[in-house]
Ligand binder design. Structure first.
Ligand code: PEP
Length: 248
């Protein structure tokens, strides 16, 4: 099955609202054909990015959300609020959320279900740490995270979820996984989803971890890599355009 590639930029805690709007306007002017693209601005820049992206092929995703619809959750934002702000989707379970903010598999699962229930698109991030890889636990960790993140979803919701395979040791380190290493993890995840939900061939699986314009093409050429989730290199529109072009 041919899956349309998808490249998304995770800006983390970078860019003001005017910077986000300027980025989206520049990026939208030069989006390569044949690839879906998105940016994930911080909450405060979502509305500006949505405004600049209107009528363009650029989708806007939040970087996180809370699973409840509303309530006494100081500092949190719900799926309904993201929809209200005009965003298209949400990134859930990024390793920085898991490692720095204590997100659990159960929380990730609840967030994914709540996002889908509201009709938001979801990028679900999974990946093993260096210690887990060294201890030969990569597949065990990926299976636990993928099972939990997709738990309770319908087959169509699973198929509409993008998985971002991001080995934690490759994020922001310059230590990109080799194409073979990444492909092996992607093939494992796809097989797992096929076994659990029967839609493995429909799910897009992005690679993330120190993707740059210079290494994107060899990664995206792998049969089970359907584009990328890009951190540092997504802060520059020309770099993100070059990476998106490598995914076609
Ligand atoms: C990320 O944070 O999702 C990421 C992949 O970061 P980087 O590209 O900077 O490694």
């Amino acid at each position: 099955m041919s899956r349309r590639p998808f490249v998304a930029g995770n800006w983390k805690m970078h860019k003001t609202a005017p910077e986000a709007a300027a980025f989206v306007s520049a990026f939208a002017a030069d989006v390569p054909e044949g690839v879906d693209v998105a940016v994930c601005p911080p909450f405060t820049a979502l509305a500006a990015a949505v405004g600049a992206a209107r009528g363009t092929p650029v989708a806007v995703y939040a970087q996180n959300m809370h699973q409840a619809e509303s309530g006494a959750f100081t500092g949190e934002v719900s799926a309904g609020m993201l929809l209200d702000a005009g965003v298209d989707g949400v990134l859930i379970g990024h390793s920085e959320r898991r490692q720095l903010f204590g997100e659990t598999d159960e929380g990730v699962s609840a967030k994914a279900a709540a996002a889908h229930a509201q009709g938001l698109r979801v990028i679900l991030a999974v990946g093993e740490t260096a210690e887990e890889r060294e201890a030969a636990l990569t597949e065990i960790v990926l299976e636990r995270q993928v099972r939990a993140g997709l738990d309770g979803l319908t087959p169509d919701q699973v198929a509409a979820t993008t998985i971002a395979y991001e080995p934690v040791w490759a994020i922001g380190t310059g230590l990109t996984a080799t194409p073979d290493t990444a492909q092996a993890a992607h093939a494992f995840i796809r097989g797992l989803i096929e076994g659990l939900h029967g839609v493995g061939e429909r799910v897009r699986i992005q690679y993330g971890g120190s993707v740059k314009p210079g290494n994107a093409a060899e990664l995206f050429a792998q049969p089970d890599i359907d584009g990328g989730l890009i951190g540092g290199a997504s802060l520059d529109p020309a770099d993100l355009t070059a990476i998106a072009a490598a995914a076609r």
